[in-house]
Design a protein around this ligand. Structure first.
Ligand code: NAD
Length: 501
């Protein structure tokens, strides 16, 4: 009688080797579109594993920081090339563990490719400043210096893109890293780390510990030999990370929740706005930090917008993201599906008008997954919970608005500040909105999603703590400035402040 093959156990990567966790435990990674499909077992790490990974990273840092940045860049270039070669397989792996449709997981891997090439390019830049000194025969400049071991803690919704946003700038700047990926999507991090290893990253420079937040993430954030912590995830956990970093004054970058908005003015191209609202609201099943979960529509076009938008939402095909023709995959897990169902209930209790959707899908092809109908609430008051709180699922709240000033007040009237968008053909209004929306990202005539790797990414208020990912802004986070004064006058020259008459 044939016996089923034992599932593959994916290990930690510490000091250049794939190793078991000290606990000896492992957990299941299952396909959210089909819970019967076991993707693999991943080891459950604890503080001991984190210690080993940090020790390896600390030791490796002594050599890696001295490797010339253009040489570090050559390894990143090779990694980018390898990612290109493996893009299709990694995209399929990602859809299997995360659920978003293949076109979107290809985009996720592409973002990792773009970030890797971009940061490799930085290896020949990493610019500082040269500037005149206020004194004669004196030279002044600033250079960047690496910091040490970086603890990187990532969410499940961009399983390869977000780890790459953190790993690549950290490495090119001369730091070493320990990555703790989200428990729901460890395979994509495994793939990324394997590629970096194949590209020639020396042992100990990149380390991976899988496991859950409290057991593996918390010891990493708290570790005394980890001076830099970069976290992307929920605002509630971000606060814990900030508290863990505060006693040692660590560099701490937090990218957290969002409640993003699309504003549709009366002069907007409505077809374009509907396209944007569909993509922004239901792309990645609404599980993007930049998802357009609120749409504020001018009263004069509100009913027209609703009928076009709801007709399109009803046509969205929900299913397994690996099937061609599917527009929207499942929620990431049972808990997230429950959160969505709870908010649907909350919206109805609050008096929001359910225009379409509102149910989880459990029959036929949906029986083994965490599927929910794309759902739209109309006539929302901006203070309702469905219009204030991050749901992180396929639920969009429509809010009727009047003047632009009112729309901006609604847009800014939430605890978060990641992304906002306005559809208008009036250039004066567009610039007024750009000026007054207090978010990290503003789009004009495009939805709230669509970040490019060479521009800063992040948000205000409870979305972030003032740092940005991607672009040069990321290099700023992973380096310290060192200011140099070189006096070649051969005499004591006092600075101007000490020479005052
Ligand atoms: P989460 O906060 O539950 O988990 C994020 C990571 O933190 C995971 O790796 C988790 O294991 C770890 N973690 C959990 N508890 C921890 C603890 N006590 N100490 C240390 N680490 C811990 O978030 P999630 O559910 O994975 O992701 C969804 C959230 O991420 C949403 O709020 C979304 O808006 C946010 N997000 C933000 C951005 C952004 O750039 N602003 C991007 C993507 C996702």
């Amino acid at each position: 009688m044939a016996t089923a093959a034992a599932p593959r156990v994916y290990k930690n990567f510490i000091n250049g080797e794939w190793v078991d966790s000290r606990s000896g435990n492992a957990y299941e990674n299952r396909n959210p579109a089909n819970a019967d499909e076991l993707i693999g077992m991943f080891v459950s790490s604890n503080a001991e594993d984190v210690d080993l990974a940090v020790d390896a990273a600390k030791l490796a840092y002594q050599k890696w920081r001295l490797v010339p940045a253009p040489k570090r860049a050559e390894i990143l270039f090779r990694a980018a090339e390898l990612l290109v070669q493996h893009k299709e397989q990694f995209s399929k792996d990602m859809t299997s563990e995360m659920g978003k449709v293949l076109a979107e997981t290809r985009g996720d891997v592409q973002e990792a490719i773009d970030m890797t090439y971009y940061m490799a390019g930085e290896g020949r830049r990493l610019f500082g400043q040269t500037t005149p000194s206020e004194l004669p025969d004196k030279f002044a400049m600033s250079v960047r210096q690496s910091i040490g071991t970086c603890g990187l803690i990532t969410p499940w919704n961009f399983p390869m893109a977000i780890p790459s946003w953190k790993i690549m700038p950290a490495l090119i700047s001369g730091n070493t890293v320990v990555l703790k990926p989200a428990e729901d999507t460890p395979l994509s991090s495994y793939n990324l780390v394997q590629i970096l290893t194949d590209a020639g990253v020396p042992e100990g420079v990149v380390n991976l510990v899988s496991g859950n937040g409290p057991n593996a993430g918390a010891p990493l954030a708290e570790h005394l030999d980890v001076p830099v912590v970069s976290f992307t995830g929920s605002t509630a956990v971000g606060r814990l990370i900030a508290e863990a970093c505060a006693p040692e004054f660590k560099h701490c970058s937090l990218e957290m929740g969002g409640k993003n908005i699309i504003i549709v003015m009366e002069d907007a191209n409505l077809d374009l706005a509907v396209d944007g609202a569909i993509w922004g609201g239901f792309g990645t099943t609404g599980q993007r930090c930049t998802a357009a979960s609120r749409i504020a529509v001018h009263k004069s076009v509100y009913h027209d917008f609703i009928s076009r938008f709801v007709a399109r939402v009803k046509k969205l095909r929900v299913g397994d993201g690996l099937d061609p023709g599917i527009d929207m995959g499942p929620c990431i897990n049972e808990q997230q599906l429950k959160t969505v169902m709870d908010y649907v209930q909350i919206g109805q209790t609050e008096g929001a008008k359910l225009l379409t959707g509102g149910h989880c899908l459990t029959e036929g092809p949906y029986a083994k997954g965490w599927f929910h109908e794309p759902t739209v609430f109309g006539d929302c008051n901006p203070k309702m919970r469905v219009a204030q709180e991050e749901i992180f699922g396929p639920v969009v709240s429509l809010i009727p608005i009047g003047r632009l000033e009112e729309a901006v007040e609604v847009a800014n009237g939430v605890p978060y500040g990641l992304s906002a968008s306005i559809y208008t053909r009036n250039v004066n209004r567009a610039f007024q909105a750009i000026r007054d929306l207090f978010t990290g990202i503003v789009y004009v005539n495009a939805p709230t999603i669509g970040a490019e790797t060479h521009l800063p990414f992040g948000g205000t208020k409870k979305t972030g703590n003032g740092h940005r990912e991607a672009a040069i802004a990321a290099i700023d986070f992973y380096t310290e400035w060192k200011t140099l004064y070189i006096d070649y006058s051969d005499k004591l020259q006092r600075a101007q402040i000490d020479n005052a008459e």
